[in-house]
Design a protein. Sequence first.
Length: 560
Amino acid sequence: MLQTRVIPPTENANQAPLLIKRLLLSGSRYEKTREIVYRDQLRFSYATFNERVARLANVLTAAGVKAGDTVAVMDWDSHRYLECMFAIPMIGAVLHTINIRLSADQILYTMNHAEDKFVLVNSEFVGLYKSIEGQLTTVEKTLLLTDEASKTADLANLVGEYEGLLAAASPAYDFPDFDENSVATTFYTTGTTGNPKGVYFTHRQLVLHTLAEASVLGSVDSVRLLGTNDVYMPITPMFHVHAWGIPYVATMLGIKQVYPGRYEPDMLVKLWQTEKVTFSHCVPTILQMVLNCKSAQNIDFGGWKVIIGGSALNRALYEAAKARGIQLTAAYGMSETCPLISCAHINEELLAGSEDERTTYRIKAGVPVPLVETALMGPDGQLLPADGETQGELVLRAPWLTMGYFNEPQKSAELWEHGWLHTGDVATLDDFGFIDIRDRIKDVIKTGGEWLSSLELEDLISRHPAVREVAVVGIPDPQWGERPFALLVLRDGHELDARGLKEHLKPFVEQGNINKWAIPSQIAIVTEVPKTSVGKLDKKRIRLDIAQWQAAGSAFLSTL
Ligand code: AMP
């Protein structure tokens, strides 16, 4: 360690630890009267929001929640969730955001593994909760969340109903200072193999993440995404990576926030219209769903800025959204990274280039945000050149990465091997500083001794006018090791078979974008592509489905 000059603080000097409570205070200072909205049911000001956070802290404290306890939430995206994102960590407890789309067995596993003491359950999940209640090993008390105050539920050790309890509690709470390295949040990865793994983030990490995210979203002129006059509506679940951290940014800045509850495309469109939403974020499949829903037809979504992350943003979706007035910008991150790692930054050189080139860069994973370091690593731990061509595993350092997987020393050591966080993504890094995610390591298709990016092939296939959705996976092939297989959902009234797809891809082979082995010799036309709990393509399921169809000679298949 370098012998730097460290001067101990003066006695009584307040170091203002980086605590989540400090984010809350600034928002209401800016805009006391600005609103937080829940569906078409409820709206209140930031002043009231602050009081509600204090009321919730009083309710939890009175129910016996202590610093260090883990408090779990099972809810859709709501004002209540936002209140929990503040009140729970602010009393020194740990917020566990439960992925309610996991199977009941997996939810049970995560709750026992996280040692949840107290659970807030939305009435819609009471059935699910009751199915595992008897096997929960650490839960002591429950609290009911409901949109209908008259509703009650037969939950064991129920403290009461949220709104009723808040109304009866004091609107003041003296939130204490404590160590900024205290864990504030935890949740579980949505990996499709093995048990979910618990990641965790401290107050210090979340505060630094919020500041960096706010500076990037608000200060990059070429892709200015979020300012104090915007209206924010998340379309990614709050249980998944803090809804990308944006509720903390929005609250810190006093921005109007709109929480849509359960994702119903028609409700999202209605809220977009009535509340004049200007900024959202979601995974590509959810945006597709919104654009395709009935009430979205004939609507010009002009002025809506949407960050797309969680999966690659392909050009076809970018163009389709643009035609509807939506400005899409890609960003990259993962559960282990809080999540923000990178976001598009169109610099002067790119601004001077063509629109087509700018689009190419807007849909890449982006440039690392301040305080994030990126590198490419080879299998034996050596760092590889960032020359725009060499591919390697993307590895990261930043002040807000999970320091391990909760109670999983072996997996934690693998995550942090050689002192960098391993993303499991294959990428290139170029001269502009852009990260280009080529594929997940386990999804890269190894065909005829070459590596083929399933993401790249999906991008090229999605440009066919008949294609609404596409997923590409590698399937075993006795001659080539693996061959690409494409699963397609077609637009209404369109047709396409393996031959037609080959014709579409041929020019890309001729231009050298892909080699000829990238053309799938077999495809399947389906009505739906399997998705994970957070709306990403579920490639593990897809591989299993294909194997079954092939064994049964299914009619979905079309072969060259
Ligand atoms: P999760 O931990 O479930 O949020 O998944 C994170 C993974 O999503 C990353 O490791 C990437 O494989 C993928 N991902 C996220 N953002 C992007 C992006 N902009 N482009 C391509 N893949 C992405």
